[in-house]
Design a protein around this ligand. Structure first.
Ligand code: BGC
Length: 253
């Protein structure tokens, strides 16, 4: 092990990757971003992943490779597809990517990756007890961490609240698509995070996703029992967490 792993974050518009220094959580080289192919089928995404792996081959050496997807992943198989091409459902993506690259690839949920990165190196570093990390983007992703350990595949973005799938009302995309003011969106976030904390009583809530750059516009409008803070690793959390999880998976094999 050379202390480096490659993290690749598959999003709706871009696929971003970089080698990660596993001791510090910092990127060991400037990240590479490639447009997400449309339609973003598993095969098309595997091609881009291969391109990113080639680009960083020298820096990576025999380091592990982790790839995020915005979906539930169990045993390498993608089980849902709320905001990605439906053809992912049932795909053994670990096997597909590993076959395409000729080396092991570890697939993880995008919010789980972001959560692990925040717990290890960011806003939830050394927080004891239950931390809920949420990513507000096209959908809402969630990660549960207990004393820093991930409980994988929580899908609390799909809690039913007031008869709606929560992410359709409170994701960042809902604010943009409906042209909501910060106050109106914050009212929906209040309802969402209030439900989360009534069910789970976390020690800390972390808010990630691109919109967390503007956390000062909406976090002060929320009134919750638990502290709620902006993510620190922002755009890089998925890359960093994917690298960390891939490395851990390899060590445990
Ligand atoms: C998906 C999650 C994902 C989240 C953020 C949700 O719609 O169900 O698996 O983590 O979006 O991308």
């Amino acid at each position: 092990m050379n202390g480096i792993a490659l993290g690749i974050d598959v999003g709706g518009s871009g696929i971003k990757g970089a080698p990660v220094d596993l001791a510090t959580g910092s990127l060991a080289a400037e990240r590479l971003r490639v447009e997400t192919p449309q339609p973003s089928t598993p095969e098309a995404v595997a091609e881009v992943v291969a391109q990113i792996v080639d680009h960083f081959a020298a820096a990576l050496g025999d380091g592990a490779i982790g790839v995020t997807v915005p979906a539930v992943v169990t045993g390498g198989v993608v089980r849902t597809a709320a905001n990605i091409d439906q053809s992912w459902i049932g795909t053994d993506a670990d096997a597909l990517f590993t076959g395409r690259l000729g080396r092991a690839v570890h697939l993880v949920n995008d919010a789980d990756a972001a959560g692990v990165a925040e717990a290890r190196f960011g806003a939830a570093r050394s927080t004891k007890g239950l931390v809920v990390v949420t990513t507000l983007g096209t959908g809402i992703g969630t990660a549960l961490l207990l004393d820093g350990r991930l409980v994988p595949n929580s899908e609390l973005g799909h809690l039913e609240i007031d008869g709606y799938d929560a992410e359709t009302r409170a994701a960042s995309s809902a604010r943009e698509n409906e042209g909501l003011s910060w106050e109106d969106w914050a009212a929906r976030l209040q309802r969402y995070y209030g439900a989360i904390e009534d069910l789970l009583w976390p020690a800390l809530i972390v808010v990630g996703g691109g919109i967390s750059k503007k956390a000062d516009k909406f976090l002060p409008l929320l009134h919750l029992r638990a502290p709620i803070v902006a993510a620190q690793l922002r755009n890089e959390a998925g890359i960093i967490g994917a690298a960390v999880l891939a490395d851990e998976e390899r060590v445990s094999d």
